[in-house]
Design a protein around this ligand. Sequence first.
Ligand code: PMP
Ligand code: GLN
Length: 384
Amino acid sequence: LIPAMQPYASTIFSKMSALAVRTGAVNLGQGFPDAEGPPFLVEAAVRALREGHNQYAPRLGVPELRTAIADHQRRFYGLEIDADTQVLVTMGATEGISAAILALVQPGDEVVTFEPYYDSYPAMVARAGGTLRPVRLRFPDFALDEAELAAAFSDRTRMIVLNTPHNPTGKVFRREELELIADLARRHDAWIVTDEVYEHLVLDDVPHIPIATLPQAADRTLTIGSAGKTFSMTGWKVGWITGPAEGVAAVTSVKQWLTFTGPGIFQYAVAEGLAMDDAGYAHLTDELRARRAQLLDGLAQAGIRTNHPESTYFAIADLSSLGMPDALSGMASFAQEHGVVGVPVAAFHSGDAVQESAPLVRLAFCKSESLIADGLERLQRAAV
Ligand code: PMP
Ligand code: GLN
């Protein structure tokens, strides 16, 4: 491995899923749902397969999906986007994130992001030769400190990577916070890359506000979405980037050399999915909200302190009451002893924050009622 990639040899999600398989523990780690997505989407993919959409899709993605993405951005957020120049379909959000960072970050550039962060951001910033400037969000409220954010920007800032709703904290950024970010980005002439893969999974009565809807941010923001989370089809790996044409063209210049294009069949199906009616969208969160309540109530009963995630698939638990001194080094023995796997939050941190978040563990609630009940029973037993 080249030196820049040595810290990123394996994602924490692969490690934790392997640990769960090895120990037979309940896997509340990697965020993939137990339940299938909407059946009509599966039918749409099968139809696309049978209709013969089996050769290379166009470089930018199939026109039907690009149009559906532009329609979606207009319908939900009032954004006007040209489907031919301002939309790029990617192999999941992961490829969009990687291509955007590799396209826009050069050695010596700085990239601001919030920590705990989704782990692909630091890995790709490192590969691009950039320096990450993480801004702490602290358990259990994960509030944004304005002064810390402002201090992270410099004349070398090239980009801020935002993630709202935010993995792993479940935080939905508020308008005032987004305005602050947008103003700082403008002042420092930085790109805003915003990962909004959980946009339709907000579980409380707070609006998801795409930062691209702020007038001062629109011309410098690349917005990333994904069908994986919206439709509970994480294996389909259909994502997209929307934004100003020159930004999308820059990302495309890298994306074409990574995969050129992804499977067209799933793109046709996702186009149908995005056009589903309001009731279909509203229904996406029903089950997830119930599972969040189940997990949070069960943890509270065991005397385990948690955050209150407003969105996403995840809650964060402080397992120090179960004698967890350091989840990064101790998750393997915890899984062995208590039969539950989560993701150490320290894996989403750098510097001092690694140690400070040592007993924090991310637990997924995008799982079946019985699996969560099983996990909770084991945690409650561990707590006595
Ligand atoms: N960003 C965030 C914040 C995520 O949680 C995930 C994983 N769901 C991704 C990106 C990757 O998305 P995809 O599976 O579409 O590549
Ligand atoms: N996004 C998922 C999570 O946060 C995992 C994606 C992956 O395994 N790379 O758990």
